[in-house]
Ligand binder design. Sequence first.
Ligand code: UT7
Length: 327
Amino acid sequence: MKGNRIIGTGMGVPSRIVTNDDLSKIVDTTDEWIVSRTGIRERRIAADNEATSDFSAWAAIEAMKMADVQPEEIDLIIVATLSPDRLLPSTACLVQGKIGAKNAFCFDLEAACSGFVYGLAVANGMMPDQGVRTALVIGAETLSRVLDWTDRNTCVLFADGGGAAILRHEGGDNGILSSYMKSDGSAPPPWLAVTPGVSDLSPLGDKVSKDFAITMEGKEVFKFGVRALPDAVKGALNNTDGLTLADVDWIIPHQANLRIIDAAAKALDIPREKFIVNLEKYGNTSAGTIPIALDEAHRDGRIKKGDIVALAGFGAGLTWGGMILRW
Ligand code: UT7
């Protein structure tokens, strides 16, 4: 479906900043190791009374302001998250309540770090057929609650916060041009997982503890990311009417590791300056990274009307996916 355009973006992150030096006081790590291996310098971590629906609602309010959209105009809310406030009700419904979008129907979507791209693609597919003219798509996380704060392999990477986009059916040539989504459920869960679930292994028998935390085979995920980012961009380009890499003005990749982004730039043979990167300030907020980077680059004027923008995500599942937009 063509003619669905992002008319507003926003972000919502906790105000508490945790630096690499702060982390070196709780695990055996250094600022030098984290910066050289990942590019991350600091991240935002939620206060005790903040949760994913809060970052989502803050981001949504900013996006609605930019788009000049009233809450009642929103027909659909999708929250992409792997760290919902609760298993029930959905975070999307909590956001609906917080922002007063009383006419929307709402659901969560779980595709890990690819969630925002998947969410935009799902909303795009529902417009305008399901009566959806205006959709609010959010990617947000509170990963600090699913981290083992004694595991230096993971706790230095992940963080909290999210971003939002208002998608509106306007017709015309601008907006989402294509999407491309892939999954590979054959990858062993230990590569990147939160082990206890509900129908599989309930955490509730035990006291929820560090066992209820992200575990990761960093090297495997790294290699996957290096393959997945270029594939996401190329796959989405292949689904357009003839656009090529040379037409792309900006790539907004999932912000997991600067070295993965550098490798993707090399593999695609695209100048690194075309990649929008802000992971040094926010770390890896999973479904939140792409909409946060999109909002920053849109607000500061880097992304201009008519630009061709590629979004590219990858994460647990495995999942990966890309999207091409004409801004
Ligand atoms: O959203 C998608 C999810 N995740 C990702 O995209 C992550 C993908 N993977 C990565 O980004 C990288 O694999 C990491 C940043 C996680 C790790 O970097 P690496 O270059 O693959 O390091 P490594 O796992 O090979 O570890 C090298 C050394 C090890 O020590 P030994 O065995 O060589 O003595 C680790 O124990 O670095 C050690 N190490 C650390 N040292 C200081 C691991 N984490 C840390 C740390 N501080 N935080």
